[in-house]
Write a protein that binds this ligand. Structure first.
Ligand code: M6P
Ligand code: ZN
Length: 189
């Protein structure tokens, strides 16, 4: 590699309070309408959407090339809320290159990391500040906020991994978390 082609080191500052990354990173905002067909209770989803279209989560991506060798990273802020009894969650994805792993480290709030394999194995990890979870290759992953404040985590993954959302729509995510008597309960559905 020619010296003049090598990227310069840099740093970002992350707010554990609101997940903001500075210098400003790319912001992706997902609203209730972006998660059509993903919640368990479709009637509750339609009722909620008729009422309002809130932002469920935001992702602040640190911009580096999406290429082999680089590490992508971002904060994700999932706001508190539910559709019916099911907590707000992310769309969830496999990596396009399925043998790419990822690490999620919780900065604020309470949540769950849900994972599944194509063969139907499932695993969940309760997340709270300081918990750093390893998502091995070949596991799809979805996160949710089961607390009353924003749930914020920092994710790091290989630059060439890519996001496969279609598989999650086609093959419903088998793990779901509902509120029962004020407590989150993980269920296989
Ligand atoms: C994590 C990472 C990101 C992902 C984000 C939201 O921060 O895995 O790559 O985009 O969560 O999840 P999703 O893309 O499934 O909506
Ligand atoms: Zn991922």
């Amino acid at each position: 590699m020619k010296e003049n082609k090598i990227m310069d080191p840099f740093y970002v500052e992350i707010s554990c309070e609101n997940g903001n990354v500075s210098p400003p990173a790319r912001l992706i905002s997902r609203k209730l309408s972006d998660l059509v067909g993903l919640f368990y209770d479709q009637d509750a989803y339609n009722r909620a959407l008729a009422d309002d279209n809130p932002v469920l989560y935001e992702v602040y991506e640190v911009r580096v090339p999406e290429e082999e060798g680089h590490l992508l990273s971002c904060t994700t802020v999932i706001y508190p809320g539910k559709v019916g009894k099911e907590y707000y969650f992310t769309k969830g994805h496999f990596h396009v290159l399925e043998n790419r792993a990822e690490i999620y480290t919780c900065l604020r709030g309470q949540g769950y990391l849900l994972m599944t394999t194509r063969a139907g194995k499932t695993h969940s990890i309760a997340m709270r500040p300081g918990i750093s979870a390893y998502i091995p290759p070949y596991w799809s992953h979805r996160t949710l906020n089961c607390g009353e404040e924003p749930f914020i985590f920092y994710g790091v993954w290989p630059g060439d991994a890519g996001h496969d959302y279609e598989s999650i729509v086609e093959q419903e995510f088998p793990l779901r978390v509902f509120e029962e008597n004020g407590q989150p309960v993980v269920k296989i559905k």
